[in-house]
Design a protein around this ligand. Structure first.
Ligand SMILES: C[S@@+](CC[C@H](N)C(=O)[O-])C[C@H]1O[C@@H](n2cnc3c(N)ncnc32)[C@H](O)[C@@H]1O
Length: 249
C-alpha cells in the first residue's frame, strides 16, 4: 500500500461529511445521479476513503458494495467500521483483484480525480474504473469543477477554502483548506479541465460524458436559498457521468 496525505485524515473526512453543503447539496446530487441501488446493482466505491459513500449505498440496498482505496489509514478506518456495523461491505486495499474486473454495474469515485497529479495518473484512475465495469456500466465521479472560481474564499461559508495556485492549468495544484470545527488542515488537490477529463475518459473506453447540475435536499430547498445560492451558482465540484463502452458484458 502507498503512504499518502490521507493516512491520518479518516476522522477528518468523517467529520467533513457532516457539513451542511455535503448533506444538503453533494449527497442528494450524487445519490440522484447514482439512481436506484438494489440487490442487482454491484457498486465499486473507488477511492472510498473512510467509507462514507460505501456505507450510504449499502444502507440503501446496493448489492455487494466494494470500497477500494490506496491509503492504509483510510481503509483501516473503513474496515474497523465494517467490523462494528456489519453492512456487508468488502474493502480492498490497493489494486482491484483480477477476479473483480468487469463485474461492476456502477463505479462511484467522489473527490478522487483531484488526487491524480499527472495526466498518466488521471488516465490510470479512469482505466481502473473502466476495467472494473461491465460493458454499459456507469461511472459517477466528482472532479473539481472546471469553472472553479479564482477567489480562495468563495466557499468559506461552507467550511473550506479552495485556492487554485496555478489558475485553470491542467494538473495545477489546488490548496484545499478545511476550516471547520476544530480543523485547520490543508490537502493538496489538482485541477483538471473539462476537455482533458473528457479526453482521458475517451482514451479509456468511456462514451460521451455528461455534466450535471447540483440539486438541493428537500429540507434545504424549503428554506431561503441565500446560503446555498453561491454554491449552486459555482459548485466547487462538478458531477460527471459516463458509460463504459468497451469492457466485458
Ligand atoms: C478526498 S478522499 C475522498 C474519500 C471518499 N470518496 C469521500 O467522498 O469521502 C480521496 C481518497 O481517494 C483515494 N485515492 C486517491 N487516488 C487513488 C487511487 N489511484 N487508487 C485508490 N484510491 C485513491 C485517497 O487515498 C483518498 O482516500
Amino acid at each position: 500500500m502507498m503512504s499518502s496525505q490521507f493516512d491520518a485524515l479518516a476522522q477528518l473526512y468523517e467529520d467533513f461529511s457532516a457539513l451542511p453543503f455535503r448533506q444538503h447539496l453533494e449527497f442528494p446530487t450524487v445519490l440522484g445521479a447514482v439512481g436506484t441501488v438494489n440487490a442487482e446493482r454491484k457498486v465499486l466505491d473507488l477511492g472510498c476513503g473512510s467509507g462514507v459513500y460505501s456505507r450510504m449505498l449499502a444502507g440503501r440496498g446496493a448489492f455487494a458494495v466494494t470500497g477500494l482505496d490506496e491509503s492504509a489509514g483510510m481503509i483501516g478506518y473503513a474496515r474497523r467500521r465494517e467490523e462494528a456495523e456489519r453492512l456487508g461491505i468488502r474493502y480492498v486495499a490497493g489494486p482491484l483483484p483480477a477476479e473483480l474486473h468487469g463485474t461492476f454495474d456502477l463505479v462511484l469515485a467522489v473527490y478522487v480525480l483531484p488526487y491524480a497529479s499527472s495526466y498518466p495518473e488521471l488516465v490510470d484512475l479512469f482505466r481502473t474504473a473502466a476495467g472494473a465495469l461491465r460493458t454499459g456500466g456507469e461511472l459517477v465521479t466528482l472532479p473539481i469543477h472546471p469553472d472553479l472560481p479564482a477567489d480562495p474564499d468563495y466557499y468559506s461559508r461552507y467550511g473550506f477554502r479552495l485556492n487554485p495556485l496555478h489558475g485553470r492549468e491542467d494538473g495545477g495544484e489546488v490548496d484545499l483548506h478545511i476550516l471547520s470545527g476544530s480543523y485547520d488542515t490543508h490537502v493538496t488537490a489538482h485541477y483538471w479541465s473539462a476537455p482533458t477529463l473528457e479526453k482521458a475518459l475517451a482514451e479509456t473506453g468511456f462514451g460521451p460524458s455528461q455534466w450535471h447540475r447540483h440539486r438541493l435536499s428537500d429540507a434545504a430547498a424549503a428554506g431561503p436559498d441565500t446560503f446555498w445560492r453561491p454554491y449552486l451558482d459555482a459548485p466547487h465540484a462538478g458531477l460527471l457521468t459516463a458509460k463504459q463502452l468497451t469492457g466485458r458484458s
